[in-house]
Design a protein around this ligand. Sequence first.
Ligand SMILES: C[S@@+](CC[C@H](N)C(=O)[O-])C[C@H]1O[C@@H](n2cnc3c(N)ncnc32)[C@H](O)[C@@H]1O
Length: 225
Amino acid sequence: MRVRKKKHGSERILACSRFLIEDPRSLIDDPSVAFSKKRPIHLEIGCGKGSFAVGLSSARQDINLIAMEKVSDVAVTALERAALTENERDDNLRFIIGDAKFLPEYFPAHSIDTIYINFCDPWPKKGHAKRRLTHRGFLEIYRGLLREDGMLIFKTDNEGLFDFSMEEFEAAGLHIVWHTKNLHAEENEIAKNNIMTEYERNFSAKGFNICSAHVRFTKKETEND
Ligand SMILES: C[S@@+](CC[C@H](N)C(=O)[O-])C[C@H]1O[C@@H](n2cnc3c(N)ncnc32)[C@H](O)[C@@H]1O
Protein backbone atom coordinates (compact mmCIF):
# COMPACT_ATOMS: atom_id res chain seq x y z
CA MET A 1 0.00 0.00 0.00
CA ARG A 2 1.47 3.39 -1.00
CA VAL A 3 0.98 5.87 1.80
CA ARG A 4 1.27 9.60 1.24
CA LYS A 5 2.13 11.62 4.33
CA LYS A 6 -1.19 12.94 5.63
CA LYS A 7 -1.36 16.70 6.08
CA HIS A 8 -1.88 17.64 9.75
CA GLY A 9 -1.86 13.93 10.62
CA SER A 10 -1.16 14.39 14.33
CA GLU A 11 -3.86 17.06 14.79
CA ARG A 12 -6.33 14.80 13.02
CA ILE A 13 -5.42 11.86 15.26
CA LEU A 14 -5.82 14.12 18.30
CA ALA A 15 -9.32 15.16 17.16
CA CYS A 16 -10.38 11.48 17.21
CA SER A 17 -8.32 10.46 20.24
CA ARG A 18 -11.39 9.14 22.09
CA PHE A 19 -11.19 6.11 19.75
CA LEU A 20 -7.45 5.62 20.14
CA ILE A 21 -5.76 3.53 22.82
CA GLU A 22 -2.72 5.79 23.08
CA ASP A 23 -0.74 3.45 25.33
CA PRO A 24 -1.64 -0.12 24.34
CA ARG A 25 0.41 -1.40 27.29
CA SER A 26 -2.40 -0.08 29.51
CA LEU A 27 -4.44 -3.12 28.36
CA ILE A 28 -2.03 -5.69 29.79
CA ASP A 29 -4.12 -6.46 32.90
CA ASP A 30 -7.57 -6.15 31.34
CA PRO A 31 -8.36 -4.92 27.79
CA SER A 32 -11.92 -4.05 28.89
CA VAL A 33 -10.54 -0.90 30.60
CA ALA A 34 -10.58 0.74 27.16
CA PHE A 35 -14.37 0.45 26.95
CA SER A 36 -17.37 1.71 28.91
CA LYS A 37 -18.98 -1.79 28.96
CA LYS A 38 -17.38 -5.20 29.42
CA ARG A 39 -17.95 -7.43 26.36
CA PRO A 40 -15.94 -10.16 24.62
CA ILE A 41 -12.84 -8.67 22.99
CA HIS A 42 -12.33 -9.12 19.24
CA LEU A 43 -9.15 -7.92 17.48
CA GLU A 44 -8.58 -6.92 13.86
CA ILE A 45 -4.92 -6.87 12.77
CA GLY A 46 -3.97 -4.57 9.86
CA CYS A 47 -7.28 -2.71 9.71
CA GLY A 48 -6.15 -0.25 7.03
CA LYS A 49 -8.68 2.55 6.57
CA GLY A 50 -11.12 0.92 8.97
CA SER A 51 -14.20 0.14 6.89
CA PHE A 52 -14.38 -3.47 8.15
CA ALA A 53 -13.81 -2.37 11.77
CA VAL A 54 -16.59 0.22 11.55
CA GLY A 55 -18.94 -2.25 9.80
CA LEU A 56 -18.26 -5.09 12.26
CA SER A 57 -18.56 -3.00 15.42
CA SER A 58 -21.85 -1.52 14.15
CA ALA A 59 -23.25 -4.96 13.27
CA ARG A 60 -22.03 -6.65 16.48
CA GLN A 61 -22.96 -4.51 19.49
CA ASP A 62 -22.33 -7.60 21.66
CA ILE A 63 -18.55 -7.33 21.23
CA ASN A 64 -15.79 -4.81 21.91
CA LEU A 65 -13.55 -4.52 18.85
CA ILE A 66 -9.95 -3.33 18.91
CA ALA A 67 -8.55 -2.61 15.43
CA MET A 68 -4.79 -2.39 14.97
CA GLU A 69 -2.88 -0.63 12.18
CA LYS A 70 0.86 -0.07 12.07
CA VAL A 71 0.91 2.92 9.69
CA SER A 72 -0.34 6.03 11.47
CA ASP A 73 -1.15 7.89 8.24
CA VAL A 74 -3.51 5.04 7.32
CA ALA A 75 -4.95 4.81 10.85
CA VAL A 76 -5.97 8.51 10.65
CA THR A 77 -8.57 7.63 8.02
CA ALA A 78 -9.84 4.73 10.16
CA LEU A 79 -10.14 6.99 13.23
CA GLU A 80 -12.00 9.64 11.24
CA ARG A 81 -14.32 7.01 9.80
CA ALA A 82 -15.06 5.82 13.35
CA ALA A 83 -15.83 9.39 14.42
CA LEU A 84 -18.18 9.97 11.46
CA THR A 85 -20.17 6.81 12.27
CA GLU A 86 -20.04 7.15 16.07
CA ASN A 87 -23.83 7.18 16.49
CA GLU A 88 -24.20 3.80 14.75
CA ARG A 89 -22.44 1.97 17.62
CA ASP A 90 -22.62 1.42 21.36
CA ASP A 91 -19.10 2.73 22.06
CA ASN A 92 -17.54 -0.62 21.16
CA LEU A 93 -14.67 0.33 18.81
CA ARG A 94 -11.12 1.38 19.64
CA PHE A 95 -7.87 1.52 17.66
CA ILE A 96 -4.23 0.80 18.36
CA ILE A 97 -1.49 2.27 16.17
CA GLY A 98 1.17 -0.41 16.39
CA ASP A 99 2.75 -3.55 15.02
CA ALA A 100 1.31 -7.04 15.53
CA LYS A 101 4.70 -8.34 16.68
CA PHE A 102 4.21 -6.40 19.94
CA LEU A 103 0.76 -7.86 20.72
CA PRO A 104 2.02 -9.99 23.66
CA GLU A 105 3.19 -6.76 25.31
CA TYR A 106 -0.31 -5.28 24.95
CA PHE A 107 -2.77 -8.05 25.82
CA PRO A 108 -2.97 -10.51 28.70
CA ALA A 109 -2.81 -14.20 27.82
CA HIS A 110 -6.05 -15.75 26.54
CA SER A 111 -8.01 -12.48 26.67
CA ILE A 112 -9.25 -12.35 23.05
CA ASP A 113 -12.22 -14.20 21.57
CA THR A 114 -11.66 -13.70 17.84
CA ILE A 115 -8.91 -12.33 15.61
CA TYR A 116 -9.59 -11.02 12.09
CA ILE A 117 -6.89 -10.76 9.43
CA ASN A 118 -8.12 -9.24 6.20
CA PHE A 119 -6.01 -9.00 3.04
CA CYS A 120 -2.69 -8.90 4.84
CA ASP A 121 0.44 -8.15 2.82
CA PRO A 122 1.42 -11.36 0.94
CA TRP A 123 5.21 -10.82 1.14
CA PRO A 124 5.69 -12.95 -2.02
CA LYS A 125 9.47 -13.52 -1.64
CA LYS A 126 10.22 -16.82 0.10
CA GLY A 127 12.80 -15.12 2.31
CA HIS A 128 10.07 -12.80 3.65
CA ALA A 129 7.65 -15.60 4.67
CA LYS A 130 8.16 -14.86 8.37
CA ARG A 131 6.59 -11.43 7.87
CA ARG A 132 3.27 -12.89 6.68
CA LEU A 133 0.67 -12.44 9.41
CA THR A 134 -0.35 -16.11 9.01
CA HIS A 135 3.22 -17.45 9.40
CA ARG A 136 3.52 -20.00 12.22
CA GLY A 137 5.52 -17.48 14.28
CA PHE A 138 2.50 -15.17 14.33
CA LEU A 139 0.12 -18.12 14.91
CA GLU A 140 2.02 -18.88 18.13
CA ILE A 141 1.52 -15.25 19.21
CA TYR A 142 -2.22 -15.58 18.48
CA ARG A 143 -2.35 -18.87 20.41
CA GLY A 144 -1.07 -17.03 23.47
CA LEU A 145 -3.65 -14.25 23.08
CA LEU A 146 -6.78 -16.20 22.17
CA ARG A 147 -8.95 -17.89 24.76
CA GLU A 148 -9.23 -21.66 24.39
CA ASP A 149 -11.30 -22.40 21.26
CA GLY A 150 -10.86 -18.79 20.11
CA MET A 151 -11.16 -18.15 16.38
CA LEU A 152 -9.03 -16.64 13.63
CA ILE A 153 -11.04 -15.39 10.65
CA PHE A 154 -8.91 -14.82 7.58
CA LYS A 155 -9.66 -13.36 4.14
CA THR A 156 -7.41 -12.73 1.16
CA ASP A 157 -7.60 -12.34 -2.60
CA ASN A 158 -4.14 -13.95 -2.94
CA GLU A 159 -4.47 -17.69 -3.60
CA GLY A 160 -0.75 -18.31 -3.03
CA LEU A 161 -0.94 -16.67 0.40
CA PHE A 162 -4.13 -18.59 1.15
CA ASP A 163 -2.52 -21.97 0.30
CA PHE A 164 0.53 -21.04 2.39
CA SER A 165 -1.73 -20.03 5.29
CA MET A 166 -3.73 -23.27 5.18
CA GLU A 167 -0.45 -25.21 5.41
CA GLU A 168 0.63 -23.07 8.35
CA PHE A 169 -2.72 -23.60 10.14
CA GLU A 170 -2.38 -27.36 9.70
CA ALA A 171 1.29 -27.38 10.75
CA ALA A 172 0.31 -25.46 13.89
CA GLY A 173 -2.28 -28.15 14.72
CA LEU A 174 -5.23 -25.76 14.34
CA HIS A 175 -8.73 -26.84 13.43
CA ILE A 176 -9.86 -25.41 10.07
CA VAL A 177 -13.59 -25.18 10.72
CA TRP A 178 -14.56 -23.78 7.30
CA HIS A 179 -12.85 -22.51 4.20
CA THR A 180 -13.61 -21.42 0.66
CA LYS A 181 -11.77 -20.11 -2.35
CA ASN A 182 -14.79 -18.12 -3.51
CA LEU A 183 -16.50 -16.46 -0.56
CA HIS A 184 -18.80 -14.29 -2.67
CA ALA A 185 -20.22 -17.35 -4.45
CA GLU A 186 -21.17 -19.07 -1.17
CA GLU A 187 -24.78 -18.96 0.02
CA ASN A 188 -24.37 -19.82 3.70
CA GLU A 189 -24.74 -17.60 6.81
CA ILE A 190 -21.01 -16.77 6.77
CA ALA A 191 -21.27 -15.33 3.26
CA LYS A 192 -24.58 -13.61 4.06
CA ASN A 193 -23.09 -11.88 7.12
CA ASN A 194 -19.80 -11.04 5.38
CA ILE A 195 -18.59 -7.48 5.96
CA MET A 196 -16.53 -6.25 3.04
CA THR A 197 -13.18 -4.58 3.58
CA GLU A 198 -11.74 -1.81 1.41
CA TYR A 199 -9.38 -4.23 -0.36
CA GLU A 200 -12.13 -6.83 -0.76
CA ARG A 201 -14.32 -4.32 -2.60
CA ASN A 202 -11.46 -3.31 -4.89
CA PHE A 203 -10.21 -6.81 -5.67
CA SER A 204 -13.62 -8.39 -6.17
CA ALA A 205 -14.59 -5.50 -8.50
CA LYS A 206 -11.49 -6.45 -10.54
CA GLY A 207 -12.73 -10.06 -10.78
CA PHE A 208 -10.55 -11.69 -8.11
CA ASN A 209 -12.12 -14.47 -6.02
CA ILE A 210 -11.97 -13.98 -2.27
CA CYS A 211 -10.53 -16.86 -0.21
CA SER A 212 -11.48 -17.22 3.45
CA ALA A 213 -10.81 -19.58 6.35
CA HIS A 214 -12.26 -19.85 9.87
CA VAL A 215 -9.73 -21.47 12.17
CA ARG A 216 -10.20 -22.62 15.76
CA PHE A 217 -7.35 -22.55 18.28
CA THR A 218 -7.98 -25.72 20.21
CA LYS A 219 -5.66 -26.67 23.05
CA LYS A 220 -2.39 -28.09 21.75
CA GLU A 221 -2.16 -31.81 22.49
CA THR A 222 0.94 -32.82 24.41
CA GLU A 223 2.42 -36.29 24.78
CA ASN A 224 0.81 -36.52 28.24
CA ASP A 225 -2.76 -35.85 26.93
C1 LIG B 1 -3.15 -4.75 2.28
S1 LIG B 1 -3.69 -3.73 3.57
C2 LIG B 1 -5.37 -4.30 3.92
C3 LIG B 1 -6.18 -3.32 4.71
C4 LIG B 1 -7.55 -3.79 5.17
N1 LIG B 1 -7.44 -4.90 6.10
C5 LIG B 1 -8.45 -4.17 4.02
O1 LIG B 1 -8.72 -5.36 3.86
O2 LIG B 1 -8.91 -3.26 3.32
C6 LIG B 1 -2.78 -4.39 4.96
C7 LIG B 1 -2.73 -3.44 6.12
O3 LIG B 1 -2.12 -4.11 7.23
C8 LIG B 1 -1.20 -3.23 7.84
N2 LIG B 1 -0.17 -4.08 8.48
C9 LIG B 1 0.75 -4.84 7.84
N3 LIG B 1 1.54 -5.49 8.72
C10 LIG B 1 1.09 -5.14 9.95
C11 LIG B 1 1.50 -5.46 11.27
N4 LIG B 1 2.56 -6.28 11.47
N5 LIG B 1 0.84 -4.93 12.31
C12 LIG B 1 -0.20 -4.09 12.11
N6 LIG B 1 -0.64 -3.71 10.87
C13 LIG B 1 0.00 -4.24 9.81
C14 LIG B 1 -0.66 -2.38 6.70
O4 LIG B 1 -0.10 -1.16 7.14
C15 LIG B 1 -1.92 -2.19 5.84
O5 LIG B 1 -2.65 -1.06 6.23
